[in-house]
Design a binder for this molecule. Structure first.
Ligand code: ADP
Ligand code: NG1
Ligand code: MG
Length: 431
């Protein structure tokens, strides 16, 4: 690690995660099923009374940063790396009402492929919050930290759900987790012993805060839930998430899918049409439903987005049930659920990309029982469930068929194609 010429006082660590199933539904209020991975962000820390924040990164791609620790400003337009640190720092200081924060000298080191759906951003945010908590003598529960970090990562501009921060703090080595929201709860999920989860990165990067892809989906879900609420006679302004509308209407997930068919049309909605249905002006719509980087979006695909969310929420429940009941063909059932999840992300939610679809196809041809994009998508990683006794041949085949065909990728197979086991949660290490 780079250094400030002295031994750090302590270290903090937060891991990345792979979401096994339940994509783009956390911000709709539905449960997801991730596990922490070995790859992580580690920060070496010295605290002092300088009133300054000083950051260096072991990766030269990320420049040094320094500022007054009492004057933190997060740039949403240009999400340079230190802004993620600032999210965790600012979030913790505000949450704990720390008025005279300790100065910090930090060396940041990370091994999670960035902008690849393995949650490198949240690992940095969570790790920064943990660093700040320890330096300022605060003690928050894992649950409080998870909720607080889900909130403060939104300072960067993305309106995420809370899966990434929750699994980063609540993970336990050796088990995947069902993460439920409102209230936040995590339950161990025992995965079949005869399979291994293998991650492969298609190596197309998409920074979620630098583009509007992610927030457009959040807004489409919000508009669809508000239109369903209004059509069904609810006070639509009180609703932002599908799960709350479903609950208010007393629907099962299958019934919710039928309501989507009944109320929403397949063709994209124009903003004018949405305003007409909700009986608001464009300015009012900006207040009730849009975010800063979606003000200029002209059309919204509400039917397909809603169908994805309700069916994906259902698949998460089926996945958990299958892991609990352990039928003889458990891994085959889980594989189907993962494949269906990918098709729904690709076709209904349109959050994949050509290279990632090609990689998922290659994974299936190479022996995976199921394969799907993981994380937000539009690039990044696939997670494949592979019979434990076929992992070596799977990796060999994917290496040849995906990475071997491209000189740019050939060199980078090791860090982009690897088997993974459920890892542990964030922690502070004091020597
Ligand atoms: P992900 O899917 O990995 O969470 P995001 O687009 O949400 O992708 O966040 C990626 C951003 O997180 C990077 O562009 C970078 O600014 C920051 N980041 C990730 N890893 C590191 C690291 N090791 N050091 C500094 N910043 C990092
Ligand atoms: P990634 O791709 O790791 O940035 C994002 C969101 C999650 C979730 C997934 C899609 C953040 C911090 N993360 O993850 O909450 O919505 O996409 O399932 O916004
Ligand atoms: Mg992220």
């Amino acid at each position: 690690m780079g250094s400030y010429g002295k031994k750090p006082d302590y270290y903090a660590r937060a891991s990345g995660r792979v979401n096994l199933i339940g994509e783009h539904i956390d911000y709709c209020g539905y449960s997801v099923l991730p596990m922490a991975i070995e790859q992580d962000v580690i920060i070496a820390v010295s605290s002092n009374d300088s009133g300054r924040l000083q950051l260096v990164n072991t990766n030269m791609e990320y420049g040094m940063f320094e500022c007054d620790i009492n004057d933190l400003s997060i740039n949403k337009e240009k999400p340079v790396w230190h802004n993620y640190f600032l999210c965790g720092l600012k979030g913790l200081l505000e949450h704990c009402k720390v008025t005279s924060p300790k100065g910090l000298q930090c060396v940041v080191d990370g091994t999670i492929p960035k902008s690849a759906g393995l949650s490198s951003s949240s690992a940095l945010v969570c790790c920064a919050a943990l660093v700040t908590m320890h330096a300022n003598g605060q003690a928050l529960s894992k649950k409080e930290l998870s909720d607080m970090c889900a909130h403060c990562e939104r300072f960067i501009g993305t309106e995420g759900g809370g899966m990434d921060q929750a699994i980063s703090f609540m993970a336990n080595k050796g088990t995947a987790k069902l993460i439920e929201f409102n209230p936040l709860k995590s339950t161990d999920v025992e995965l079949p012993e005869d399979v291994v989860f293998v991650i492969s990165n298609c190596c197309v990067e998409l920074n979620k805060a630098a583009t509007s892809h992610f927030n457009i989906r959040v807004v489409e879900c919000r508009l669809a839930s508000q239109i369903i609420a209004k059509t069904k006679g609810l006070k639509w302004r009180e609703f932002k998430r599908f799960a709350d509308v479903q609950k208010a209407l007393g629907l099962t997930l299958d019934e919710a899918i039928n309501v989507v068919k009944e109320i929403l049309h397949q063709e994209p909605y124009t903003k004018e049409e949405v305003c007409g249905i909700l009986e608001v002006t464009a300015d009012e719509l900006a207040q009730t439903s849009l975010s800063a980087n979606t003000l200029d979006v002209k059309t919204f695909k509400l039917h397909n987005r809603a169908t994805h969310v309700f069916s994906e929420a259902n698949r998460v429940l089926q996945f958990k049930k299958t892991c609990d009941l352990k039928p003889a063909d458990a891994s085959v059932v889980l594989g189907y659920l993962m494949n269906d999840s990918h098709s729904s992300c690709r076709d209904l939610y349109q959050c994949s990309c050509d290279d990632l679809d090609r990689l998922v196809d290659i994974c299936c041809q190479s022996g995976a029982l199921g394969s799907r994009l993981t994380g937000a998508g539009w690039g990044g990683c696939a997670v494949s469930m592979v019979p434990a006794n076929q992992v070596d041949s799977f990796i060999k085949s994917v290496t040849e068929k995906y990475y071997g065909k491209d000189d740019r990728l050939k060199e980078k197979v090791k860090e982009n194609l690897f088997a993974t086991q459920p890892g542990g949660g964030a922690a502070i290490y004091v020597e």
